[in-house]
Design a protein around this ligand. Sequence first.
Ligand SMILES: Nc1ncnc2c1ncn2[C@@H]1O[C@H](COP(=O)(O)OP(=O)(O)OP(=O)(O)O)[C@@H](O)[C@H]1O
Ligand SMILES: [Mg+2]
Length: 325
Amino acid sequence: MEVLMEVRNLSKYFPMKSGFFDKDTNYVKAVDNVSFEIYKGETLGLVGESGCGKSTTGRMLVDLLEPTEGKVIFDGMDIRELKKKNRKELSKNIQIIFQDPYASLNPRMTIGDIIKEPMIVNKIAKGEELDKRLLKLLNCVGLASYHKDRYPHEFSGGQRQRVGIARAISVNPKLIVCDEPVSALDVSIQAQVLNLLHDLQHEFNLTYLFIAHGLNVVKHISDRVGVMYLGKLVEVAEDESLYNSPKHPYTQALLSAIPVPDPKKKKERIILSGDVPNPINPPTGCRFHTRCEKCMGICKVKEPEMIEVGNNHRVACHIYDKNKL
Ligand SMILES: Nc1ncnc2c1ncn2[C@@H]1O[C@H](COP(=O)(O)OP(=O)(O)OP(=O)(O)O)[C@@H](O)[C@H]1O
Ligand SMILES: [Mg+2]
C-alpha cells in the first residue's frame, strides 16, 4: 500500500509558566515522539483517553500547530517545505473536521457562504460554477439547496456537522483529519454522519485520520487503529488484529470496557486503577506503568520502543521485547 502521510518522531511540548516571577518553564508533553503512517485511501482510527494528545497530533498534521520536534511528510514532502512553496496546495490537500460544528462555523455567515469560502480562497471556482458546486456539495452531504441561505443557529448539531463536512470536501482534499466528528451528536445521528463520511470516502477517494475517545466508535469505520496514552502511541495495528488480539495492556483494558451485546458471553472487565498521570510530569519508563497490571521492574525505568509483533501490528510494551534486561 502507498503511504500518503508519514509522521516521524512528532512531539509537541506546550510551555507552562507556574508563576509570574518563575524563571523555570515546565512543559506539557502533549505529544511525545510519535511515529506512524497513513496509507492512501484508508481510515486510520486514533483513540485514547481525554488529554492524551489526539487533537494536538491532528492539528499538527493539518499545520494548525507547529511541532516542537519531528516531521510530517505528505505525499513525499515535508509539510513545512510545502507550506513555504505553496501554502494553498497544502490547505487544499489536507482538511480538518472539528468536534464541535457550532464553534467551527462563523455564526454571521450563511451556510452557502461558509461552504463557498474555501473554494474562493483556493481559487477553485467562481461565479456560476461556484454556485453549481455549492448545490452539488449540499446534495452530497444530504442537505437541501434552500439551506444555503440559512445561518448556523438554524440547524441541528447533525446538520451543522454536515456543513462542516461539505466545507472540508469542497476543495477536493486528499486527507481529512476528523477530530471526534460525532462525539457531540445524539447517538441516532452519529450513525448517519458516520455513514455519510464512509460514502464520501469512496466517492471522493478520501483518506481519513479519525480521532475518537473509545475503540467502539472507530470499530466499524477504521482499517487500522492507533492507540495513544499520555502523549505516546502505544499500539497500532490493522482493525481485526487489534480487536481480536490486542497486545498492549492499555488497549486490552480499553477493549474490555466495550459492552458485548450477547448476555451469555461473559467478558472480564479490566478496571484501570488510579487517574491518568499529569502530562507535565509523566511517569518514568513506560508511561502506563503506574496503572498497568502487568508492570515489571524494567517498565519503571526504561521506555519501551515500538516493536513489530505480527503482520503490520506494532506495540510499545516490554512484555513483547525479547531484548529486555
Ligand atoms: N494550547 C495549549 N496549551 C497548553 N496545553 C495544551 C494546549 N493544547 C492542549 N494542551 C494540553 O495537551 C494535552 C493534550 O491535549 P489534546 O487536546 O491533544 O488531548 P485530546 O486527546 O484531544 O483530548 P480530548 O479527548 O479531551 O479532546 C492536554 O494535557 C492539554 O491540556
Ligand atoms: Mg481532542
